[in-house]
Design a protein around this ligand. Sequence first.
Ligand SMILES: *[C@@H]1O[C@H](CO)[C@@H](O)[C@H](O)[C@H]1NC(C)=O
Ligand SMILES: *[C@@H]1O[C@H](CO)[C@@H](O)[C@H](O)[C@H]1NC(C)=O
Length: 319
Amino acid sequence: MSPSSKKSFNLKQLVSGSNGFWKRIILLCATLVLMVLVITNYSFLNTLSLPSSTRTTLCAPPNTQSTSAKDPSSVPPTHLHPLPLNATLSDRLTAFRTAPGAGWEPATFVKWNLETCSNVVPNHNKDLLAKSTLVWASLNSSEIMGHREKMAGFLEQKEREGVFDDPVHVSKGGKGLVGSGRGIVFTAGNADTLSRVITALRLIRHHHHCHLPALIFHFPSEAPPQDSSLRSDLALLNAKLVSATGRARDPSRQKNYHLKAQSIVDAPFSEVLYLDSDNLPADNPELLFDMPNYKRLGVYFTPDYWKTSASNPIWQIMG
Ligand SMILES: *[C@@H]1O[C@H](CO)[C@@H](O)[C@H](O)[C@H]1NC(C)=O
Ligand SMILES: *[C@@H]1O[C@H](CO)[C@@H](O)[C@H](O)[C@H]1NC(C)=O
């Protein structure tokens, strides 16, 4: 089913306030491996504003004794609360540029992390650690600020190019709602990942009775053959394949995750539920749109199976 026919969906199936609500949410959260729910135009922007308080307090209790700029646990008050949903890009980038992490070295962060959090044992991605420990260990704060600046500069450039002046965005009062309606987005390419998406969609459609429009983005080079049964299976599930025009696999990489962000941005929905091909929802994923924190922040992430190693300075990089 194409997004343009979404009026025929029974959106009133949204469950709220029912007795089993929290139980279902907990079950859902526990089961979904990587699920990203975003209001499309906020996808990058809220990601930038979210973490400063939550991530810091998740890892270690706030250190009330030390206020040293060199102490990663000294979070400036401006970072203790997320920015409001209507904060401007400029507000968000200012917060991002000054987010905790500036002014101390990645090695300090990793040391503090290892001292305050026990290192991860279950779900530990040893491959990532083996491949990246040296990269992380040799990062310095100027490089981190350089990465942040690159991301912030990219968004500012896009703003100058008028990307956020999308007519739909403007007609909605510039509130970040680019596109319309809600929809599910997957990325897949080879027959393996497409088969997994079909399994997930069968569960979503036939078992959870969720009829949100579903799009599966793929690299143009990975389009399934016209006579592939995968195409007819997807059509029966009211799901549509979308070729990510102008995007290509990076042959030097085994993983080509850039397609994921692109598909969220390109999807024609104002609210996107992004699912990995190997996510098997334990309940109707539409319930996630009712999560209080999603409503409050405009974005909701669930962790992957793999836990982040304490020696990975990613939270310093992100602020
Ligand atoms: C954002 O919304 C709040 C109320 O919800 C309002 O007070 C504030 O002025 C708004 N800010 C912008 C930049 O529109
Ligand atoms: C940070 O690392 C980069 C790349 O290795 C290097 O060029 C730069 O000189 C380093 N900066 C400092 C202050 O050590």
